[in-house]
Design a protein around this ligand. Structure first.
Ligand SMILES: Nc1ncnc2c1ncn2[C@@H]1O[C@H](COP(=O)(O)OP(=O)(O)OP(=O)(O)O)[C@@H](O)[C@H]1O
Length: 481
């Protein structure tokens, strides 16, 4: 009986070593350094080492000066490119052929008999991600790469892997090597000059790729869901932190409703122009009044502006409801049900109007079922934090979100403030973590920026608090710790 184990040359089967080496050598990313270093040595031996040393010294001085002036830009422009290059040629390229073969991501060309596998076109690296752009041969589909995610993660020993299809036949595979969200995210400093258009770009924390998590709030209703202790309030306070200078300048008005008896919003009540925490009837009235104002504003702006721009005459109004479930299903008795029905109608009126009038609702909830959030579909921005099961994830972020990577049911209890969000232009959910605003910082913000201190100067430049007077480490601009 012959042995099935092959040894020596036969063990590699039809492994096309020569073709692989040729394809590596054809690339300037490999050939440049491969030829450059010996050429430099030959030059040094023939012409003397003075010139190479002077050039190397000048380069070192430029890099040190650049690093001292702007470490972030040196890291982005030089550091990450060098890292991407070394990752490509020393980490991924040598293994890629084997990985693709093992994971069944190959096809055989009938005419030539060649085995075709996804080719690496580009590698981009940051502090925590290696992104590989792949060219897929005809016969290997993007969804086959998606199916191989778990195996790729295993092969690369990555923390997580995700796949993005950018155009037919091309996919980016992101290998998450480190987790920038593992540590609590500090607050971002307020800008020194307010610009109304920055309301579309408020920074609430960091994304998993280390970039700031930016949220558009004007014209976007936001719904946050998560089990108790998931950190819903950190998103609420991070948003109010980002809005605080605008509130102070009179460009934004916030109405707060805290049906949990003021346990949360009371801390920053000076930020709210209207605030209800005890009387459910008054909460319904507040929402109804806002829905009426919204109708009036729609008439006021009709024919004048199709997109809303906040001003002191027509400020952007944010209605914050901390724990919607308390209002929609938990109010007791007949009177409670009557108030819930009024709240439901008022919310429907607020959520149903387009983005033009400058009113947005920000609501949090423990549960995301239809009876709790009747108007779930009317919240364009959904933020899903730690949840109990996959069904809740699908209800929060939509069908298929769990399969595309929104693993809310796997967020550990030890990481409050972590969430998955859907961002414009991306099918795949993005993992983020909100900045943490502690009680002292909330009090400091409320007293500094509260509505009673609102200024009405002509210039939209406002005196801001010095971010260094608030506690917490300020994280370097552009990338998480
Ligand atoms: N972004 C964050 N970073 C670090 N720690 C956080 C963050 N958010 C919350 N925490 C911590 O987690 C705890 C629970 O958070 P929080 O009260 O915000 O949860 P919640 O979802 O609002 O819960 P509940 O529904 O019970 O009000 C907080 O006491 C805080 O210590």
């Amino acid at each position: 009986m012959g042995s099935k184990v092959k040894f020596g040359k036969k063990a590699t089967g039809d492994f096309p070593g020569g073709r692989m080496a040729a394809s590596l050598l054809r690339h300037p990313g490999v050939m440049g350094p491969l030829l450059g270093v010996p050429a430099l040595v030959v030059f040094g031996q023939r012409e003397g080492w003075m010139l190479p040393l002077v050039v190397a010294g000048a380069l070192a001085v430029v890099l040190v000066a650049w690093g001292l002036k702007s470490p972030a830009s040196l890291r982005n422009v030089v550091g990450y490119r060098v890292k991407g290059w070394s990752r490509r040629w020393f980490r991924y390229a040598p293994r890629w052929w084997f990985w693709m073969g093992r994971l069944g991501l190959s096809v055989t060309d009938e005419m030539t008999g060649w085995i075709l596998r996804p080719r690496i076109l580009k590698v981009r690296s940051t502090g925590c991600i290696d992104s590989l752009l792949l060219d897929l041969p005809l016969g290997v589909r993007a969804d086959q790469v998606v199916e191989a995610i778990e195996d790729l993660r295993h092969a690369a020993k990555a923390r997580r892997v995700s796949v993005r299809e950018t155009e037919p036949g091309r996919v980016w595979v992101d290998f998450y090597t480190a987790d920038p969200l593992r540590k609590t995210v500090a607050l971002f400093p307020h800008p020194t000059r307010l610009r109304v258009q920055d309301l579309d770009n408020l920074i609430l924390g960091y994304c998993e790729d280390g970039t700031p998590w930016r949220v558009k709030v004007v014209g976007r209703h936001i719904f946050v869901c998560g089990v108790t202790g998931a950190g819903k309030s950190s998103i609420l306070w991070a948003l109010l932190w980002a809005l605080a200078p605008y509130i102070h300048a009179g460009l934004v008005v916030v109405h707060g409703i805290d049906p949990k008896g003021g346990m949360e919003l009371e801390w920053g009540k000076e930020l709210f122009e209207r605030y209800e925490c005890d009387d459910y009837d008054a909460m319904a009235e507040l929402l109804e009044a806002d829905a009426d104002y919204l109708d009036d504003r729609t008439k006021l702006l009709r024919g004048k502006a199709r997109t809303f721009t906040a001003s002191r005459e027509t400020p952007f109004v944010l209605i914050v409801i901390d724990e919607l479930m308390q209002l929609t299903v938990l109010l007791p008795g007949t009177e409670g049900r009557r108030i819930s029905a009024r709240i439901d109608v008022a919310l429907g009126r607020l959520l149903g109007k387009g983005r033009a009038p400058g009113y947005s609702v920000f609501a949090t909830s423990l549960l995301v079922t239809k009876d709790v959030v009747t108007w779930r579909e009317l919240f364009p921005t959904k933020i899903a934090m730690r949840l109990d099961n996959e069904a809740q994830v699908e209800m929060s972020l939509g069908e298929g979100a769990r399969d595309r990577g929104a693993e809310c049911d796997r967020i550990p209890e030890s990481m409050p403030g972590v969430a998955y969000v859907l961002q414009e232009g991306r099918k795949e959910p993005v993992r983020v973590r909100a900045s943490y605003v502690d009680d002292d910082q909330i009090r400091h913000m409320a007293t500094t920026f509260g509505t009673h201190t609102a200024i009405h100067a002509d210039a939209v430049t406002v005196p801001l608090i010095n971010p260094n007077t608030v506690t917490g480490d300020l994280v370097e601009e552009g990338e998480a710790a």
